[in-house]
Each structure stands twice: as structure tokens, then as C-alpha cells.
Design a protein around this ligand. Structure first.
Ligand SMILES: N[C@@H](CCC[C@H](N)C(=O)O)C(=O)O
Length: 329
């Protein structure tokens, strides 16, 4: 069958966006998994951190399902939601939409360009859950806020939260980023282990200035990524809770793929939601030949490169020079 895809990225976290609406693909979940494994492979396929499937929703403007590059399904993807948000907004001619995700219906709106010529979207990150059963995470009582994790070979203090995909976050000195600690802990927690049986996204955060942080994330189902939108949102919340930043004020969040902005909001009932504001950039549009009977093979049918990366490069270069100056990376 012929499948149309759009390669896109949010802060260099790259995806293939596949719109199933009005198409006769009729994928099963096993097809989606197999297609993701084949197409996301960076050595043998087009390569991506995951596939964003756009489906019909009976209560929102669209539904998004996200498959990580290892074929597992994620409950949420912040950078991916900006790309899907842009795609759906442009498709139906609106600037403000609701998107159904696995665990929540989320608001997406078009924003003023973060940098000249960079399509920018604001996505809601919600719900925010601190009870460890929602990650799930075992053996630490009900919550873990800036505390050592028993069973890990480090004294490092972490905060655990689900937004609603699971995150473990540590605020660290910048020299910690040059060692292997984050990699070793992340690989352990994303293999078979008693602490986080379903795996977890692990972020190390460095304070650059008041209102500016750097976040590096090891993503569950993917590995180290240029950026993880839910992780940057959760990390900003953690820096507010620990007194480094303020709620209600935009924080610049730098990452290995660029920069976004996050605003942490507290509702009157004490619950939180974040606004994740950043680019939704298209790289190419393509048609791919794929047969579910031979899931490991694919062929390019057509491919059209786009030039949005030219504008994005300015943001990337600006972010990289600041990160070099403040974080030494
Ligand atoms: N890159 C994403 C998160 C994708 C899901 C994650 N790997 C998981 O399994 O929870 C983002 O931008 O939020």
C-alpha cells in the first residue's frame, strides 16, 4: 500500500506524521507497531524518534496516538502534539483546537512565531500526577519530591511525576552532564527492573539563569533525544517547586535540539498544567510503499524536501551558543 507521511520535528525531536483520516489503510495496532519499527530505524529506514498517528475523534478535532521508535505506545508526546496541532489546524483552517490523546483531551493553539518564520504552537500538558502509582514507580511511599531513589547506585535527588507519561527529574550541576550517570541510571530503569516496571523518561536539568534552564532527556522507548516536550514541561514544574523559577512566568527551556518556552500554571484546586510553546517544523513530505505482509521492508514512492529548516537553523544556532556558554556542552 502507499502511505503518505510528513517528517516533522519539535526542538529536533523528530517524527513521521501519518494521517489515517479518510484513508483506506485500516491499520491494526500490530501494523502500527511494525510500521514504526521499520520506518523509525535510523540505519535501515527513514529514521525518527516515533510515529504520530492522526485519527478521527468523536469529541475533539482529531485524535493523536504516539508510537516510540521501539514500537511501544506512549500516552503523550508534547513535541509531537505541537506537530499534530499544526497539521490539524492547517487542515481544518482553525487556530485553536482540541486533540484527544490516550489519557486526556488537550488544547492546542497557534502562537506568535518564537523566531521569524518558525511556525509556533502552544500545547497544554495535563494532567500532572505526583502519586507514584501513576508512573508506576515502586517502593517509595506515595510521592517522591527531590529525594534519593532507593535501589539506585547514586545519592542523586529525583522528583517523580506523570504528565501523564512518566518522568524522573533531577536538578544537577552542569559538570554532572559530562559523565555517564544519566545514561547508566536511564538504561537500568528502562530495562527489566523492580523500581519502574514500565520504564521512565529520565531528565537531568541545569539552571542556566533565573528563567532559563537546560534539559537533557533519556526517553523511554527511544534513548537520548534532542528534546522531550513532556520532560521539559515536567522539569520546569520541578524547578518551580524547588524555588528556582516562578509559576505563571514563561521559562526558556534549552535542549540539545533548540529551545522552547514553558509556563507552569496552578489551578484554584492546587493542580497544575503547563503550556509548552515551541516550533512545529516540517522537514519533508513523502509517499512510502509498505506491505503489512512484509513489515520489515519499505520503499520510497516520492519525497519532497521542504525548506523550513533554514529558519529553524537560526534558533538552533542561538540556542547552541547559549548552551555552550552556560552549560559547557
Ligand atoms: N518525545 C515526547 C515523549 C514521547 C513519549 C515518551 N518516550 C514515553 O514513552 O513516555 C515528548 O515530546 O513529550
Amino acid at each position: 500500500m502507499k502511505i503518505d507521511v510528513t517528517k516533522c520535528h519539535g526542538s529536533g525531536n523528530d517524527f513521521l506524521l501519518l494521517d489515517e483520516v479518510g484513508k483506506a489503510y485500516d491499520f491494526t495496532d500490530e501494523d502500527r507497531r511494525a510500521l514504526t519499527l521499520t520506518l523509525c530505524n535510523r540505519e535501515t529506514g527513514p529514521g525518527a524518534d516515533g510515529i504520530l498517528f492522526v485519527l478521527e475523534s468523536d469529541r475533539c478535532d482529531a485524535m493523536m496516538r504516539v508510537f516510540n521508535s521501539d514500537g511501544s505506545e506512549a500516552s503523550m508526546c508534547g513535541n509531537g502534539l505541537r506537530c499534530v496541532g499544526r497539521y490539524v489546524c492547517e487542515k481544518i483552517g482553525k487556530d485553536d483546537i482540541m486533540v484527544e490523546t490516550l489519557k486526556a483531551d488537550l488544547h492546542v493553539s497557534k502562537e506568535e512565531d518564537l523566531y521569524d518564520g518558525i511556525p509556533t504552537y502552544n500545547v497544554e500538558i495535563s494532567p500532572v500526577l505526583f502519586d507514584l502509582s501513576s508512573l508506576p514507580m515502586n517502593g517509595h511511599g506515595e510521592k517522591l519530591i527531590d529525594e534519593k531513589v532507593e535501589g539506585l547506585p547514586t545519592e542523586r535527588a529525583f522528583t517523580a511525576l506523570a504528565v501523564p507519561n512518566p518522568h524522573l527529574i533531577a536538578v544537577v550541576d552542569r559538570d554532572v552532564l559530562s559523565g555517564d550517570e544519566q545514561k547508566n541510571i536511564s538504561e537500568y530503569l528502562n530495562g527489566s527492573n523492580p523500581i519502574c516496571p514500565d520504564g521512565v523518561n529520565v531528565s537531568y536539568v541545569t539552571i542556566m539563569d533565573k528563567g532559563a534552564i537546560f534539559v537533557r532527556t533519556y526517553e523511554r522507548g527511544v534513548g537520548f533525544t534532542n528534546a522531550c516536550g513532556t520532560a521539559m514541561s515536567a522539569s520546569t514544574l520541578v524547578t518551580c517547586l524547588l524555588g528556582y523559577n516562578e509559576k505563571g512566568v514563561a521559562v526558556d527551556v534549552y535542549n540539545p535540539g533548540g529551545k522552547v518556552r514553558v509556563v507552569v500554571n496552578e489551578r484554584t484546586d492546587g493542580s497544575y498544567f503547563m503550556e509548552l510553546i515551541g516550533n512545529a517544523t516540517y522537514v519533508y513530505q513523502a509517499t512510502i510503499q509498505w506491505d503489512p505482509a512484509f513489515p520489515n521492508r519499505y520503499d520510497w514512492e516520492a519525497k519532497k524536501e521542504l525548506d523550513e529548516h533554514v529558519a529553524y537553523r537560526q534558533l538552533e544556532e542561538h540556542a547552541a551558543s547559549l548552551v555552550k556558554e552556560k552549560v559547557f556542552l
